[in-house]
Design a protein around this ligand. Structure first.
Ligand code: CA
Length: 228
């Protein structure tokens, strides 16, 4: 299947050069040159990769990276004009998968994309073979559909179990209600935010009760929930 790369870059010369190289390497390419249209485009078109310039007219690459991460795991490579900017970006923990500095060769960009693809494939392989996820005192067994806190078995509903599974797949990562809903319902049904809040509340209470009142799940105001 042809993979689709979204280039977000307001310098037409760079964007077109990248596009030509990516096309020659058999990617499909879209280009956006304004920050304000990116989130909507990503939601509607779900690209396989995003090359995201930091300095853009409209919404900055920084804010875009955060906004996209709230609903999507799509690999993002941030592009910056200054190499010293990369350290600062790393410190912000935006959730970008890689950083690249201008001037770059299109070849290098493609090499980075390939590297991320290899990492993703390895991760999928490991995830497929792993039957137990654990984080601090929390363990879930994917074959037995069991969850334990400090070895005490939790009595979870199937939905609560799936929620916990999703949150445990990346502790510390904030998941939006939308992402959590997609994780727990197989069909694309529309449910209200309150539904997810209720399941989270019940899951939280069960974890708390099993672990001497510890808060395992934190709500992040206006964004969603995380495990930490
Ligand atoms: Ca720019």
């Amino acid at each position: 299947m042809t993979e689709r790369v979204l280039i977000v870059e307001d310098e037409a010369k760079i964007a077109l050069l990248l596009r030509d190289y990516l096309r020659a390497d058999s990617f499909d390419v879209d280009i956006l040159d304004h920050g304000d249209v990116v989130v909507e485009f990503v939601r509607a078109n779900q690209p396989d990769f995003i090359l995201l310039d930091l300095m853009l007219p409209g919404t900055s690459g920084l804010d875009l990276c955060r906004e996209i991460r709230a609903f999507s795991d799509v690999p993002i490579i941030m592009i910056t004009a200054r190499v010293e900017e990369i350290d600062r970006l790393l410190g912000l923990e935006l959730g970008a998968d890689d950083y690249i500095c201008k001037p770059f060769s299109p070849r290098e960009v493609i090499a980075r994309i390939r590297a991320i693809q290899r990492r993703m494939r390895r991760k999928i392989d490991t995830e497929a073979s792993a039957t137990v996820l654990s984080y601090l005192g929390l363990r879930i067994d994917l074959e037995r559909f069991e969850a334990r806190v400090d070895n005490a078995l939790l009595d979870l509903t199937p939905l609560e179990w799936r929620l916990l599974h999703k949150l445990m797949s990346k502790p510390g990562r904030v998941y939006s209600r939308e992402v959590l809903m997609n994780a727990i319902y197989d069909d694309n049904r529309i449910v209200s935010d309150r539904t997810i809040d209720t399941h989270i509340k019940n899951l939280r209470n069960k974890l708390k009760a099993a672990d001497a009142g510890s808060e395992w799940i934190t709500s992040v105001y206006g964004v969603g929930y995380k495990l930490d």
